[in-house]
Design a protein around this ligand. Structure first.
Ligand code: PLP
Length: 427
């Protein structure tokens, strides 16, 4: 095997990290389409079941193709390891359930993906897990005021979908550190090319890999990356980490698993019991996507900034939200991001009806639910993803009736701007 450990540039990691073939192996990571794995002796399998040895034995708990993707994304984010899951929703779910049970509490940024909001506000509430939402750009004092003795997790999004607000990392990380609470960040829309949350005080990073990591809209998936720095030992908030797990013969995660306590517990307990596993085929497709992530993000960042500036200068545009446009976002964007990604929210004059006419008049921008695809897309949240909400509820969620969400792809910026221009005129 070649030693690649001295190469750290994100471009090199995108192209090569995660898979290191031995002599005679396939150059490209193979798709290991097998649910199960063979061992010569019964004791070998017993050690795997007891988490005493590392290796694959059943694909619900781990698979060689998924491992390639896990190593790749862990390297991109600067973490010690990762766990690949069936969707971004599964990544958020396991992040919460690995540290929370009934009676526990999460502090979450209000500007998060709708699925995350519903998971915490509806489904996990029914299981007895409480949540307090705070602004994405809250001060540390505001965040601290929301923390309770039962708080087990702080959660936010680097760039919020669809509010396009940049997270106040320093405030969340400061509060997390002061109270000894785990801090997890959903980095889906920024990607490790534009921001590495572990460098800004996050303990865990999650992704919906269905978005930029895949990038081609072919594979649903989710990932949790562990920074490996959070100390669970002697922390009274995390008894499940520092007391024996009888389902593994008295294993103590914080004592016995080094800097992988979070991942070993998430895989050993939650993947075992919930089965929200990524398939090898999806891991292969997602890994293939990550190989060009840096190139796609470079073009996406450039295109989106050009489009945001065009919209900001257009007389029939009421508002535009993009990380590097002036306003509250700009200072945080300059501090934490090297690029703004592809999501833009904006509103046309003429309200809800004109927004619908505008979308119908677009040619290059496809009207789809997905974002972060290499093809540009558009959606009108008030008449699609958020159509069940009253005008009042929309306002609370930070979504205006005329708000349009663009996801900018890797086409030529002049074509994208020409399409937007003609559609504004026709609408
Ligand atoms: C899409 C998305 C999710 C959910 O991911 P799925 O793969 O669709 O389950 C979570 N967070 C963010 C920021 C997203 O954009």
């Amino acid at each position: 095997m070649r030693d690649l450990s001295s190469f750290h540039h994100i471009e090199t990691l995108c192209a090569q990290a995660g898979y290191d073939p031995a002599s005679g192996d396939p150059r490209v990571p193979p798709i290991v389409q097998s649910t199960t794995f063979y061992y010569d002796r019964a004791e070998q399998l017993a050690d795997l079941f007891d988490l005493k040895a590392e290796g694959c034995f059943y694909s619900r708990l781990g698979n060689p193709t998924c491992e390639v993707l896990e190593k790749k994304v862990a390297a991109l984010e600067g973490g010690v390891g990762a766990i690949a899951l069936s969707s971004g929703q599964a990544a958020t779910l396991l992040t919460v359930l690995n540290v929370c049970g009934a009676g526990d509490h999460v502090v979450c940024s209000q500007a998060v993906y709708g699925g995350t909001f519903n998971l915490l506000d509806v489904t996990l509430k029914k299981l007895g897990i409480e949540v307090t939402f705070v602004p994405a750009q809250a001060s540390q004092a505001e965040i601290e005021a929301a923390i309770r003795p039962q708080t087990r997790l702080l959660f936010g999004e680097t760039i919020a979908n669809p509010a396009v607000e940049v997270l106040n990392f320093e405030a969340f990380a400061g509060a997390a550190k002061k109270f000894g609470i785990l801090f997890a960040v959903d980095n889906t829309l920024a990607t490790p090319v534009n921001c590495r949350p572990l460098e800004w005080g996050a303990d865990l990073v999650t992704h919906s890999s269905s978005k930029y990591l895949d990038g081609h809209a072919v594979a649903l998936g989710g990932i949790i990356v562990d920074g490996g720095r959070f100390d669970f030992s002697d922390n009274p908030r995390y008894p499940e980490f520092n007391r024996p797990d009888e389902s593994y013969h008295g294993l103590v995660y914080s004592r016995d698993c080094g800097n992988r306590a979070f991942l070993v517990k998430a895989r050993g307990q939650l993947l075992r019991d919930l089965g929200t596993t990524m398939s090898p085929m999806n891991a292969f497709l997602t890994e293939l996507g990550t190989e060009t992530l840096h190139l796609r993000m470079e073009r996406t960042n450039r295109n989106a900034l050009a489009v945001a500036e065009f919209l900001a200068g257009h007389p029939e545009v009421e508002f535009v939200r993009y990380p590097f446009l002036k306003g509250e976002n700009a200072a945080l964007a300059k501090k934490y991001l090297t690029g703004g990604g592809g999501m833009i929210s904006f509103g046309l004059t003429g309200g809800r009806e004109r927004a619908a006419r505008f979308i119908a008049a677009l040619k290059l921008f496809a009207n789809v639910t997905h974002v972060a695809d290499l093809r540009s897309s558009v959606i009108h949240p008030a008449s699609t993803t958020h159509r069940q909400m009253s005008e009042e509820a929309l306002e609370k969620a930070g979504i205006r009736p005329n708000q349009i969400r663009l996801s900018i792809g890797i086409e030529h910026e002049e074509d994208l701007i020409a399409d937007l221009k003609q559609a504004i005129e026709r609408a």
